[in-house]
Design a protein around this ligand. Structure first.
Ligand code: SAM
Length: 241
């Protein structure tokens, strides 16, 4: 019974995505432990109201009255997205995350805190990036992206030429791209791509800027795990030229 209920909610959530059960080459698993009854109920009732529908995205219609718009790639359990949404109530946030259990955690927080400025895409963030207008976002957050450490998997890393083209198009001039990672090879990889791209300017002024989590960067669950395991984290901010 529990398993059937779980399957039903998983399938309902996947039906709300454009790609359905197709697994992107960018991310790993979509499901984990069974959801609670409350989480399943929110997937049925709240998620359909928050989902970003297909077609080109009209941000002012999605977030009536919002002054700025931002996007988070892979929000995990939603800690960072929720903190940003509370800190900037007049910004509309689109959160993208294919992992169903993370999505369920975010929905519980949106419900409990009555947050009004978050919309959700339950799949690959690139699906949203391609549908956003030019220069429409003030910020993009990529907090602890999957590092894909094996060389044969590097092509799955989020920071690739094609993704930078999408980010450069949707960020407005002066807009910010934030990346945090505990994987030094990934940090080097992302820096190499971004430093070679004249459309982005690294905002660091000193080493302390990228070794210490800056003010206004809410912590994430993955970051806490990395710090407990003794791994240091890197925080990189880039400005769209
Ligand atoms: C290592 S976890 C970090 C989660 C969260 N940001 C944190 O710091 O706790 C990376 C997350 O990114 C998601 N992800 C990976 N590729 C993605 C993509 N192309 N679009 C959206 N989410 C993606 C994964 O499902 C996973 O939940």
């Amino acid at each position: 019974m529990g398993t059937n209920r779980y399957r039903a909610s998983t399938e309902a959530a996947l039906r709300l995505t454009e790609t359905g059960s197709r697994r992107s080459d960018l991310y790993g698993r979509r499901t984990g432990r069974p959801l609670s009854g409350q989480q399943e109920a929110l997937i049925g009732s709240l998620l359909p109201r928050l989902i970003v529908s297909s077609g080109s995205i009209d941000l002012p219609s999605l977030f009536p009255g919002a002054k700025n718009f931002a996007l988070e790639v892979g929000f995990g359990g939603g800690e960072h997205l929720v903190a940003q949404s509370q800190a900037f109530p007049s910004t509309g946030f689109i959160g993208c995350e294919p992992f169903l259990n993370g999505l369920a955690k975010l929905l519980s927080q949106i419900d409990a805190l009555a947050l009004k400025n978050i919309r959700i895409h339950t799949d690959d963030a690139r699906d949203v990036l391609v549908r956003l207008p030019d220069q429409s976002l003030s910020s993009v957050f990529v907090m602890f992206p999957d590092p894909w450490p094996k060389v044969r998997h590097h092509k799955r890393r989020f920071f690739q030429r094609q993704t930078l083209d999408l980010l450069a198009r949707v960020l407005r001039p002066g807009g910010e791209l934030r990346l945090a990672t505990d994987h030094m090879d990934y940090a080097r990889w992302a820096l190499a791509h971004l430093m070679a791209d004249v459309r982005f300017r690294w905002s660091a002024r000193s080493a302390a800027d990228w070794r210490v989590r800056p003010e206004g960067w809410p912590p994430t669950r993955y970051e806490q795990k990395a710090l407990i395991a003794g791994r240091s984290c890197v925080y990189l901010a880039f400005q769209r030229a």
